[in-house]
Write a protein that binds this ligand. Structure first.
Ligand SMILES: [Zn+2]
Ligand SMILES: [Zn+2]
Length: 56
């Protein structure tokens, strides 16, 4: 479950993993996170959309 709100323009998973150490707690030291590796290689499948607020 997401614990923090992902800011617009960021990938929820990458952001969470970068800011929440618990995301990688199950990994051994120096062990790569499969999800992060996949995002690095293939790119992030989803980015939080930025709010479209048009103000003059
Ligand atoms: Zn990760
Ligand atoms: Zn990502």
């Amino acid at each position: 479950m997401p614990g923090k709100d992902t800011p617009p323009g960021e990938c929820p998973q990458c952001w969470q993993h970068a800011h929440d150490r618990r995301a990688h707690r199950h990994l051994r030291p120096r062990e790569d996170c499969p999800q992060c590796v996949e995002h690095l290689r293939n790119g992030c499948p989803y980015i939080v959309p930025k709010q479209k607020t048009r103000r003059r």
